[in-house]
Design a protein around this ligand. Structure first.
Ligand code: PAF
Length: 290
């Protein structure tokens, strides 16, 4: 595995790969890699000739009161895991490389970035869209792989790619869960044993919502209220949102028809977790996707 740290050398390497008629798959990450990330890497390897994993903790997507400085970082562990997976390139630029002095150009996606995470983390998606656009410029991927766990991030990036005519296909991969249902996340590392147990309430609430939908419930407010009721039974849990929205526009829906995203953001103690399920209602039947 070759490690590259400058945008210029990454662009030269990408031009070489493209010039040889080979395809590039990019897996953008902030490191602290877990099985969820590795599932994206494996999918990229199946579908592309050359796989690039970027590891960059992007300061622009953290708010002033968020955990940028304490975000889990373990570069040696990450490098070892990627070596073992047979990744071709690790792109690990510094903050100064990505945001040199004088930097002032940002990408802003509007409506789909506004609700849910956008409401509780103002500026977050401006940071995400900007860094993802910059990573695309550096790596020149044919395909880029994102996890469904960050459902709104997937929608925002897809919107940006369409709106700016970026020549890259966005591939959204299923959520990877621990055996007890907790969605894998780098932030799970912050949970102590008691919080780890309490965190299962997210999965229980989403599974309950999916079951009620499969039993015929179509009223979004009732589904959201039931999720809230369940989560509020957990003393260490504090809900940012429990929402049922259109899976493409992220606008609230009154009744469930077509494809909807059931999404949660919940604090467990001092750790903020997100999780979701996508369901599709068609001719009165509900199937769960991803
Ligand atoms: O999902 C993440 O890890 C980050 O938001 C991403 C896409 C790597 C951008 O920094």
């Amino acid at each position: 595995m070759k490690t590259l740290v400058s945008v210029a050398e990454m662009q030269v390497a990408a031009a070489g790969v493209r010039g040889a008629g080979r395809s590039i798959g990019l897996v953008p990450t902030m490191g602290a890699l877990h099985e969820g990330h590795l599932s994206l890497v494996r999918r990229a390897q199946q579908e592309c000739d050359v796989t690039v994993v970027s590891v960059f903790v992007n300061p622009a997507q953290f708010g002033p009161n968020e955990d940028y400085l304490n975000y889990p970082r373990d570069p040696e562990h990450d490098r070892g895991r990627l070596e073992r997976e047979g990744v071709d390139f690790l792109f690990a630029p510094t903050v100064e490389e990505m945001y040199p002095p004088g930097f002032q150009s940002y990408v802003t996606v509007e409506q789909v970035a506004a609700p849910l995470e956008g409401e509780f983390r103002p500026g977050h998606f401006r940071g995400v869209a900007t860094v993802v656009a910059k990573l695309f410029q550096a790596v020149q991927p044919h395909r880029a792989y994102f996890g469904q766990k960050d459902a709104q991030q997937c929608v925002v990036v897809q919107r940006m790619v369409r709106d700016l005519h970026l020549p890259v296909e966005i591939v959204v991969c299923p959520i990877v869960r621990e055996t007890d249902g907790l969605a894998m996340s780098s932030r799970n590392a912050y949970l102590n044993a008691e919080e780890r147990r309490a965190a299962l309430v997210l999965y229980r609430a989403l599974s309950g919502a999916r079951e009620r939908l499969q039993q015929g419930e179509r009223d979004s407010a009732s589904i959201a209220a039931e999720m809230r009721r369940l989560i509020e039974q957990e003393p260490s849990a504090r809900i940012d949102y429990a929402a049922v929205v259109d899976a493409e526009t992220l606008a609230p829906v009154e009744r469930v028809t077509g494809r909807v995203l059931v999404a949660l953001a919940v604090w467990i103690g001092r750790v903020r977790l997100i999780d979701n399920v996508v369901v599709e209602e068609h001719d009165g039947r509900v199937t769960s996707l991803l």
